[in-house]
Every structure is written in C-alpha cells, then in structure tokens.
Design a protein around this ligand. Sequence first.
Ligand code: ADP
Ligand code: MG
Length: 228
Amino acid sequence: MIELKNVTKVYDGNVTGVDNLNLRIEDGEFVFIVGESGSGKSTLLKLLMRELTPNEGEIIIDGKDITKLRRKKVAELRRKMGIVFQDYRLLPKRTVYDNVAFALQVIEISPRKIKKSVPAALNLVGLSHKAKSMPNEISGGEQQRTAIARAIVNNPSLVLADEPTGNLDPRNSEEVMEVLEAINMRGTTVVVATHDKDIVNEMQKRVVHLEHGVVVRDSEGDYDDYED
Ligand code: ADP
Ligand code: MG
C-alpha cells in the first residue's frame, strides 16, 4: 500500500512540484496519473522512487515513511520497484537478453537464477524471439517492452512508468499498455504517468488527475470523467 499525506515538493526558485497532495494506492491497483505538462506527474513518481524528498508530508510505502529512509534502505526500497522511462534507457551495445540480465547481475543474483528469470520476463513481454537482437534492431515498442522486462525481472511489487508511450505510435503504445496490464493482472501494482488521453480512455482504469501539483479528480474510466 502507498499513501501520500499532505506531500509538498517545492523546487528551487519557488516552483511547485506537488502541493499538499493526498493520495492512497492499494496493493494490486492500476492507476494512471494524468495532467498537462508541468502538472506534477513526474514529481509524484520521483517522490515515490525516492529520487526526490518532499519539503513537507509523509510518503508511506509498505508501512514505512520513505522520506526518512537512510541511504542503505533506499537501495532496498528500489528493489521493490520496477521503473520504466519514456526513453527506454537500454544499453545500446548489449542484446535484449543482456539488457534484462544486467539488472540482475548488478544486484548479484546468481547466474542460475538469472538463466531462469530472464527468459520468463522476455516471455511475459512477448519478446522471446528477439532475445539476441540489439536495441537498434528492434522497434520502439519492442525497446520499451525490453525495458519493461528489465523492470519486472526481479519481481517487484510496484511498477512505476513515466510517460512509457511518449515516444511511441498508437499501435506500439497499445502493445506496451497491454504488457503493463498483464503485469498488473499478476498482482503487481502499476502506476503510469501519462498525458495520452487515447491510451487512458482505452484502458478504463483509475485516473488521478493533477493540475498545478494538486489532485483535481480521482475517478475510474475516461481521462476527463468527473462528477460536477
Ligand atoms: P509533469 O511530469 O506533469 O510534466 P513535473 O513534475 O515534471 O510535471 O513538473 C512540475 C513542475 O515542477 C513544473 O512547473 C516544472 O517546471 C517544475 N520542475 C520539475 N522539475 C524541476 C526541477 N528539477 N527544478 C525546478 N523545477 C522543476
Ligand atoms: Mg513528466
């Protein structure tokens, strides 16, 4: 369970990232964070991954206030999370397989476990047949699915994706969202920041709408659904 209580993040120059934000996300939910550019979506995700700490408020993940974690515990926290970026961030000189394996090698998982986990993750994102390809030999959608395989290969309980379809055409976007949905179906909490209305309307999930760092709507279904 994730809970943000009265969370405020102000950047240098007095720019508001999020403003007295309250939000609760249950285990196993699929949540879109939507809003115009500059509304605070990335700030919210960076607070959850503890890339930023707030000026005020508490961020509770699995019962602990992560704003107070020591550095060693931050590494532990990040192991519970799979993170997906708009620009994939793959290693260009490594194969699809090695990109996914690398995530496990850096945290010293045994070669035996790696040999089991990587094919399973590639299978889940539908890329078993591209395991030996280099990133520049596959489509943007396939690159993003490789990045998702890397994010989930260590079985995180939470996946955070910031504009994962931002560089993709509608067809590839749909495939990426289907993969995220499949991951969610297995019980993983998925939080996706996006301003892509078509994707949000297609998926019909919980939609948390930010404006100027404040939650202005929180409803199920379409991007623009609200009751007033
Ligand atoms: P979104 O992801 O919805 O586009 P952001 O969370 O990136 O929004 O940004 C929210 C606000 O915070 C914007 O006004 C943005 O310009 C500002 N901001 C984001 N990052 C920084 C930063 N590192 N320094 C100063 N201001 C920032
Ligand atoms: Mg952003």
